[in-house]
Design a protein around this ligand. Sequence first.
Ligand SMILES: [Zn+2]
Ligand SMILES: [Zn+2]
Length: 414
Amino acid sequence: MYEKVILWATPAFFLLIAIEIVVGWRRRRSQYRVADALNSIALGQMSTYIGVFGRIISFGLYVLIYEKARVVTLDSTSVWAWIVGLLLYDFLYYWYHRFGHEVNVLWAAHVVHHQSEEFNLSTALRQTGTSYLFSWVFYVPMAVLGFPPALLLGVGLIDLLYQFWIHTEHIGSLGVFDRLFASPSNHRVHHAVNDRYVDRNYGGLLIVWDRLFGTFQPELREEPVVYGTRDPLHSWNPLWANLHSYAGIARDSWHARAWGDKLRVWIKHPGWRPLDVSERYPKAPFQLSAVAKFDRPLPTALAVYCVVQSVLVLGLGTHFLAVVPGWATAPTVAYLAWLVLCLCVIGGLIEGRRGYLWAETLRVAAFGVIAAAIVGVGVPFAREVIGLISLVMIAWLWAAGRSLSGRDAPQFAA
Ligand SMILES: [Zn+2]
Ligand SMILES: [Zn+2]
């Protein structure tokens, strides 16, 4: 069901993104950069595809606890069960989200959503691929209280889909609405790295939880929001985006001399480091004035190529979500691995790295061979057409990327 709703919602997401781009263009205030938006969309895809397995863990455990440990059975057709379920879910989401910012290993999972240094509707699609390991714990009370699994799935989707529209800079303050519900204004604050804003406004649907538990912060005219994270990613590789914070914690844990610190670094507040580690491997303290957006030069023709390939991979991913429910594990894993590989290679290309021209050539050629083997059987001229399209793609790639040099130092947008 989850995959079906996301599949149906995807055209609406892209229509609204297109509208936001046009509005930004007309107002001469666009927050879109091709690389950043493609990276966010790739992370949304990766999260959804990995979720085919991830939800077996998170949703499967919910079902198990509901079956074995519920104290009552609530009627999934009752309107009241849905209203109370939505409110309870949103309350638990608040704590899940808050812990996701305040406990290092949970932040390593959630950080993906915050890595964009822009704030637009594509940022909403930027979701983690590893939260499935932890998220279910926070919703155990709903299972014990007898909220049926279908209801949990339904209210979870309402909470998630609601949060799409609040990722925009084109909607200003909404007065009293900003003090009751999650809104563009108070969610901009949530995505900020400014001292006054950081770790505030966790609410998914209602912002009253933040007001109750002391984490509410309104957006201030005198303090413009600076987006991103305090330990920036500086990469367009979606797999690395999912892993880089875990890698940072693992590195500090490895370097820590005391066993207690080796464990503490996983559960302390993000940014906490063992004293001996921070002395031997110092990091520059965060400075708002020093924040610069990650960017690398990308020829326009190559940017267009990356957009086209991203659209094609999105189409392939749609096929994946539509067909895999009936598949065995091994081919599903293989298909998932292929999609992740595609997204990573395109991510490397967006970084303008010359070596990825070869990786992309191999990817297109391999896909041509696989597609010809599957589709070409019994279809006249299918193999020839697929071969021709693959060659055109490769020729376009090399023509578009001919000006790329070797490994440039990272560059930053103004
Ligand atoms: Zn967050
Ligand atoms: Zn957000």
